[in-house]
Ligand binder design. Structure first.
Ligand SMILES: Nc1ncnc2c1ncn2[C@@H]1O[C@H](COP(=O)(O)OP(=O)(O)OP(=O)(O)O)[C@@H](O)[C@H]1O
Length: 332
């Protein structure tokens, strides 16, 4: 369990401001925010690598604000793997055990982890002879071998190609199920959060803006920033698309209406609201088309998997598009 009570950290011009965060024991929690928003700084504060100006870091109900990093029972894994170049995979993983007593359970952990991460065949190699995925698996195994209560992951997948990333994400899910461990993962990628985490905190400029279960943040973003950050590509002022508020929301200051690109339909599909616009861009990303349509000086991004339309969709052509009121998200 991690509890941050009103944490303030100042580093030169940047500050973490009044951070309150509560990660339950065994939870897979994610901290999502743009570059420079303070994600790494927050992780390092929890690990004891940054000093707090005020506030408390509570780990498993004990105040560890002043505790040294090595006494917090926390492992941290970085995006650039941070392996020792002069040590083999085995030596790197076992490095974490140097402060631990000689207990056969750690040897068991080691064999269990190299098996889960599928690195049994490369334990005598040095980091310079490893792929990015192998380096990250080694680094994760090193973090886990000591049986930390808490694992902090700092953008663990950002240096990996999509295929490797998916494999390691699946292994992380497995690890989370098998080990009794609380995980806090920092990322700027919402799809990683969506796949792995139970809960998410959104951070911007050193402040936490929204905390909730993933689905809730996805469906009810607190403001425009959170909406954009969680894949809501189409956000307009309600008055510009002449969209009234549903009765249950009346009285609240919802200025914007957001529609996810996958919820806008092209062509003659029957929708509550239908518009006619002009195609200004068609991008085929391999699995679906991303079509940009201009209507009334607004640009709508629309995803469609209807590849047959590919030949018909041309820049400059008029096209009908629409969406249903149930798919509109009202944003303050
Ligand atoms: N030691 C330091 N001294 C002064 N400023 C720092 C220090 N470390 C980080 N910063 C600044 O604090 C801000 C937050 O940095 P941080 O690394 O926590 O961001 P981040 O959200 O993890 O970004 P990224 O996604 O790019 O890793 C940045 O503006 C950074 O330049």
């Amino acid at each position: 369990m991690i509890r941050l009570n009103n944490i303030n950290v100042q580093l030169s011009k940047f500050a973490l401001k009044n951070i309150d965060l509560h990660v339950e024991k065994g939870e897979f929690y994610s901290l999502l925010g743009p570059t420079g928003s303070g994600k790494s700084m927050l992780l390092e504060t929890i690990a004891g690598l940054k000093n707090v100006k005020s506030g408390n870091v509570i780990i498993d109900k004990i105040d560890k604000t002043k505790e040294k990093p090595e006494n917090r029972n926390i492992s941290i894994v970085y995006q650039d793997f941070a392996l020792f170049p002069n040590m083999t995979v085995e030596e790197n993983i076992k490095y974490g055990l140097r402060f631990k007593e000689n207990d056969p359970k750690y040897e068991e952990n080691y064999y269990n982890l190299i098996k889960i991460f599928n690195i049994e065949h490369i334990t005598d190699r040095y980091p310079k002879n490893l792929s990015g995925g192998e380096k990250q698996r080694t680094s994760l195994a090193r973090g886990l071998v000591v049986e930390p209560k808490i694992l902090l992951l700092d953008e663990p997948f950002s240096a990996l190609d999509n295929h490797t990333k998916k494999q390691i994400m699946q292994q992380m899910k497995e690890i989370h199920k098998q080990f009794d461990i609380t995980i806090l993962m920092v990322t700027h990628n919402f799809s990683e959060v969506y796949y792995l985490a139970d809960k998410v905190a959104i951070i911007d400029d050193g402040e936490i803006i929204q905390v909730n279960e993933i689905e809730k943040v996805f469906n009810q973003p607190e403001n425009k920033f959170v909406a954009q950050f969680t894949g809501m590509e189409n956000i307009f002022e309600r008055k510009d698309i002449e969209l009234g508020l549903p009765e249950e929301l009346s009285g609240d200051p919802y200025i914007y209406a957001g529609i996810r690109p996958e919820n806008i339909h092209l062509g003659n599909e029957i929708c509550d609201l239908v518009f006619e616009g002009t195609i200004i861009d068609v991008y085929n990303n391999g699995t679906h088309l991303e079509v940009t349509v201009e209507y009334n000086n607004m640009k709508f991004i629309i995803f469609t998997i209807n590849q047959l339309m590919n030949t018909r969709l041309k820049n400059g052509e008029a096209i009908q598009f629409g969406f249903n009121k149930k798919d509109v998200c009202y944003i303050k």
